[in-house]
Ligand binder design. Structure first.
Ligand code: ADP
Ligand code: MG
Length: 373
């Protein structure tokens, strides 16, 4: 059994750390707060949400938990569909689903079955914005009147900014504000957008939730976790090997898990540095075509800039003379445009500090691949 999970809903013994974060979030929820959870992609937001839900369920508190992933939604109608599915998944009991569907009947949902999970799939085609408003309100009212408290996690929340037509943000805020029985976790990876939604005075969601940033898992904590997971399965990994993994993946959760998962499956007894190195090579090789293709989506200048950042690892002064000269990247004004477009495309990740920002290539494997060019 491989102890390194690659899916967000990781059961407890295989879930690394996040002890303080879990405690914080559970406490916020117990105290009636809404939460905005922000972290770069693949740090572990979704995993943490599921973990918090598991903890709350364990405590047997009277609470109903709904998880809604809106990553793939492009419209209010899509949003309503995934929201409905999330509710139906939790209600499960036939009679409850029926009464819930009665409420929805007016909106003529098309119901089908997911061929893989067997769970109900919904789709809506609303005739008017009035119908959209009314159906959203109906769904939220339904939750408001559940006999127990309700927590709804909306994952990839920034996606509502992509919807065309009516402002989903304003609409949601209007209906969410008066709710007393329903709390929300809004989770997202686009920091600028999320911050804008929740801290900009003119945004509908201004100050409506506690902002919570999720960091990387601490390196020493992760190192211990990795060693323990090997030992529990009667295998062993050397300190040197663990150290290489965590440096090479920069402790970025998803990449660390992927490496560990592969290393674990490759070795019979002991994982040494050579084993880890060969897994690193394999990942780069397997991604070669995908990474090469990205080149055609960029201008030569952007490509060159990306390689320069990868070679540096982390860049603190991305338009500073020394960086630009070292890699022959042209004038600061040009570099600054390239920088913002690469950040916008999520090829570069910006990390803000008190006195500035640093940049690295967002996808760690891509970064390791680029640095060799
Ligand atoms: N605390 C953790 N312990 C072990 N693996 C984790 C942990 N958090 C996340 N992961 C792993 O990392 C992957 C990415 O995490 P995820 O929660 O999907 O990130 P995000 O939602 O921030 O994009 C998950 O699929 C899971 O395998
Ligand atoms: Mg996620």
């Amino acid at each position: 059994m491989n102890p390194f999970y690659l899916i967000p809903h990781t059961p407890d013994p295989y879930f690394c750390d996040r002890i303080n974060e879990t405690e914080d979030l559970v406490r916020f929820l117990e105290n009636g707060l809404n939460i905005t959870l922000i972290a770069p992609r693949r740090y572990g937001k979704t995993g943490l949400i599921y973990h918090v839900f598991d903890k709350m369920a364990e405590k047997r508190e009277e609470v109903e938990l709904f998880y809604v992933d809106i990553y793939a939604t492009n419209s209010v109608d899509d949003f309503l569909a995934v929201f409905t599915e999330a509710i139906a998944r939790v209600l499960k009991k036939e009679s409850l689903v029926k009464s819930f569907l009665n409420i929805l009947g007016r909106f003529r949902p098309v119901i089908s079955q997911d061929p893989l999970s067997g769970e109900p799939k919904f789709s809506f085609t609303m005739d008017s914005d009035a119908d959209r408003r009314y159906s959203l309100k109906t769904l939220l009212d339904y939750l408001e009147h559940r006999p127990t408290k309700v927590v709804v996690a909306i994952d990839e929340f920034q996606q509502i900014r992509e919807y065309e037509g009516m402002s989903m943000e304003a609409l949601l805020r209007t209906y969410i504000q008066p709710l007393t029985n329903v709390q929300f976790i809004f989770s997202g990876s686009r920091k600028h957008i999320m911050a804008d939604m929740f801290t900009y005075e003119k945004s509908p969601f201004y100050e409506s939730a506690t902002l919570y940033s999720l960091d990387k898992i601490d390196k020493d904590v992760y190192a211990n976790f990795i060693k323990e997971q090997f030992e529990k399965e009667n295998k062993h990994i050397t300190d040197e090997a663990v150290d290489f993994i965590l440096n090479w993946t920069r402790c970025h959760t998803f990449y660390t898990q992927s490496m560990c998962n592969r290393v674990f499956s490759n070795v019979q007894n002991e994982a040494r540095l050579v084993d880890v190195l060969s897994v690193a090579e394999a990942f780069l090789r397997e991604n070669n075509d995908t990474f090469l293709e990205r080149r055609s989506l960029l201008t030569p200048r952007q490509w060159k800039y990306l390689i320069a950042v990868a070679k540096e690892g982390v860049v603190n002064e991305p338009t500073g003379a020394s960086f630009l000269q070292k890699y022959n990247l042209g004038a600061p004004s040009t570099a600054s445009r390239v920088l913002s477009s690469l950040t916008e495309k999520e090829l570069l990740l910006e990390t803000k500090f008190l006195d500035g920002s640093s940049y690295c290539v967002y996808n760690v494997f891509f970064s390791r691949w680029l640095e060799r060019l």
